[in-house]
Design a protein around this ligand. Structure first.
Ligand SMILES: [Fe+2]
Length: 383
């Protein structure tokens, strides 16, 4: 919710009679978050979104998670994951805790049904591919290196133009712009690494004036269902508010650099309860004449760090490839591999792109991730 948006036709006041040309009433819907206490939007449908023809069980595969015990640094090569299909069927969980589940999907087919996550905000990172996310708020086109945020409760279909490789972060709390990036009025501050005009909202199309049988698959953490509804979910004449899907491309992220190495919080993109998201993009290195461009050795004693390597030369990291995920576990020291410090000296810039999430509760490893693991990674700091 970078800012207030109004799209299509809305009545002059909320919660008043708003009539169709045939004299009938449009159906107002409030999509609110944290009960009625946080951001919300008001949606105006041709017909009520509540007209439910059937509710059936949705048997989703059970994913087994194992604790990262003995606690150690891990490396997973996600290119080995061969699941494909539509964006939901192809979603493969890799890491998770009660706050966050991180999955990877190779979406090759359009979703024939709508999907609504009623328990989590969903944040996508598009590694490869282009396409459209169809929502009641409108169509949101995506391209490589987009973050796309879909608020909890939003029905959507992902329609790839070409094969789309994407990370999916499901957060049980709201994923938001970091509070420290906002001033008292809610505007992004001058020292934030992005600005309101860098964010893209859905484009509202003409309402889908269709009745029939429309399938919405609903996930709510452990619970799920298949709803069959009578009215097309994208039958909106208008909406307004602060709660809607949006996209942000890493090309728009203005990295903050300095004379000496800057810590990860300067690269932060989003925050959520129990998680912080960061992006590392092409940038100039530190300009002190004796600066060491690669990070120092460190132990994150109170968070697990999960890096996904997108493209470029990952100078401080031995053995990783595009699509690799490293999990640097809380309390396990990590840093540049042998020779990386010396190799970095005198370098003036990097072309690396990587995205990171730090979680403040330990992450467990999903069974599909274990099958892709480079099991020698924790020994990669040996000379
Ligand atoms: Fe780290």
């Amino acid at each position: 919710m970078p800012t207030y948006i109004r799209a299509g036709e809305v009545p002059p006041k909320r919660h008043i009679q708003f009539r169709r040309p045939d004299g009938g009433l449009y159906a107002e819907e409030l999509l609110s978050t944290r009960g009625f206490e946080s951001v919300y939007s008001l949606l105006y449908h041709l017909r009520p979104p509540t007209a439910t023809l059937d509710v059936r069980p949705w048997d989703r595969p059970h994913i087994r998670f194992s604790p990262n015990d003995p606690v150690r640094n891990r490396h997973f090569k996600t290119a080995a994951i061969d699941a494909s299909g539509n964006a939901i069927d192809a979603r493969t969980p890799l890491l998770g805790n009660d706050d966050l589940v991180l999955s990877l999907a190779h979406a090759t087919l359009p979703m024939p049904y709508f999907y609504r996550n009623a328990g989590c905000d969903e944040l996508f990172f598009i590694h490869r591919g282009t396409g459209t996310i169809e929502t009641p708020f409108g169509d949101l086109a995506y391209r490589p290196h987009d973050y796309v945020l879909v608020p909890t409760g939003t029905p959507y279909r992902l329609l790839p133009n070409d094969a789309t490789t994407m990370l999916v972060y499901e957060s049980s709390g709201a994923i938001e712009i970091p509070r420290r990036y906002r001033n008292d009025a809610g505007q992004l501050v001058e020292h934030a690494p992005y600005y309101e005009r860098d964010f893209r909202a859905p484009i509202l199309r003409a309402p889908r004036d269709e009745q029939g049988e429309f399938e919405i698959r609903v996930a709510a953490r452990e619970r799920s269902a298949i709803y069959v509804v009578q009215n097309h979910p994208c039958d909106l004449i208008g909406w307004d508010g602060y709660c809607y899907p949006y996209a942000f491309n890493l090309d728009e992220f203005a990295p903050i650099t300095g004379a000496l190495h800057q810590p990860p919080p300067v690269h932060q993109t989003f925050e959520a309860p129990g998680a912080a998201f960061c992006a590392f993009v092409p940038r100039l290195f530190d300009y002190h004449p004796l600066a060491v461009p690669v990070p120092y050795n460190h132990s994150s004693v109170d968070c697990d760090e999960v890096l996904y390597y997108v493209s470029g030369n990952f100078m401080s990291r031995r053995g990783v490839e595009e699509g690799s995920i490293t999990l640097h576990a809380a309390g396990a020291p990590h840093g540049p591999q042998p020779g990386a410090v010396e190799a970095s000296l005198g370098k003036t810039s990097t072309d690396e792109i990587a995205v990171m999430v730090d979680t403040f509760a330990p992450l467990a490893i999903a069974h599909p991730a274990e099958k892709t693991e480079d099991k020698t990674y924790y020994r990669s700091w040996l000379t």
